[in-house]
Design a protein around this ligand. Sequence first.
Ligand code: SF4
Ligand code: SF4
Length: 122
Amino acid sequence: MPPLAPIDGAPDPEGGDCVACGRCCHHPPSTVSLLEADEERLGPEALERWTFVLARPPFFRFVRNDGERCAALDVSEPGRFPCALYATRPEGCRAVEPGSPACLEARRLGHLGASVAFRREP
Ligand code: SF4
Ligand code: SF4
């Protein structure tokens, strides 16, 4: 599946454009790892449905993928990309601020890129 088309311009810093974008939720498998606090917040049912544990030490837990995107990204409505876990999403997802270098790169590429600068410049 080719990456999504690029999106021009900077998004609403409050996240108002995220559901129509979803580019940073397109990434390779084993990209979004979970911290202990994430596991507690999600609870056993959501962990079973949306995450998996790597079969080798140190047994990190990651959000599952569905092809080239996070499995929790709801793509049932064309052009909309709501997160099925939004209220309880992992810290790694919260770290990507709309308008940050990682966000702008994802919008430019159509998927998450190599930038690790998740915060906007103050
Ligand atoms: S790439 Fe940016 S605008 Fe798009 S969903 Fe992610 S944070 Fe929101
Ligand atoms: S859990 Fe939600 S915010 Fe995080 S990558 Fe998946 S769809 Fe995106």
